[in-house]
Design a protein around this ligand. Structure first.
Ligand code: GAR
Length: 195
């Protein structure tokens, strides 16, 4: 649970690995007058992540963490998060799995976005699998991170209809647009709720 408790804004750290459209939508949200968050930091495991440019443009500090040794990487991350007084974390296309070490310290304070209607289609290549299975609907989900992959409490979910003509690419574009819309809404719902 995260509460403002008299604070003006909550300090958020966003984790990314790539393109960063969800990071961008959260940055835009943080700039709204009534937004309850300030993005203090961006962490990436990928030096070449395109999303870093959104941090640069908005004068948000970003840190690259070398993930060759996961244990050491996570120890570094924990030190950094504490130093920055991070209230909660948003995973936004972060393609590494966090260990219990971090999850336990930030229990119920880590959000993730996943491109499917969880609990269906956990893991990778969701769009490919839903098309292969001739599903009529897919969607995206913002959820709390727990020790099991893509399994924490659901904060917000939105359905997307799959058309016969949809390919993996067209579907991923459609879903991504919705992802970018629901992530800020999910953050709003999460802050000051009893989740
Ligand atoms: C998004 O589709 C997100 O749901 C997915 O990576 C993409 C990142 O896009 N995340 C996962 O698959 C995590 N399991 P972005 O870098 O443009 O935000």
């Amino acid at each position: 649970m995260v509460k403002l408790n008299g604070k003006k804004k909550l300090n958020v750290c966003i984790f990314i690995s790539g393109r960063g459209t969800n990071l961008k939508s959260i940055i835009d949200f943080s700039k709204e007058k009534e937004s309850p968050i300030k993005i203090d930091l961006v962490i990436t495991n990928n030096k070449n992540a395109k999303g870093i440019n959104f941090a640069k443009k908005n004068n948000i500090k970003y840190i690259y963490i070398n993930y060759k040794n996961v244990d050491k990487a996570e120890d570094k991350i924990i030190i950094i998060l504490k130093k920055h007084n991070i209230d909660f974390i948003c995973l936004a296309g972060f393609m590494k799995i966090l260990s219990n070490k971090i999850i336990n310290i930030y229990k119920n304070k880590i959000l993730n976005i996943h491109p499917s209607l969880l609990p269906r289609y956990k893991g990778l290549n969701t769009h490919k699998r839903v098309i292969k299975n001739k599903e009529k609907f897919t969607g995206c989900t913002v959820h709390l991170v727990n020790e099991k992959l893509d399994s924490g409490k659901i904060i917000l979910q939105k359905k997307v209809r799959i058309l016969k003509k949809d390919s993996e690419i067209s579907l991923s574009k459609k879903v991504l647009k919705i992802e970018n819309k629901i992530y800020p809404k999910a953050i709003k719902k999460f802050v000051n709720s009893n989740l």
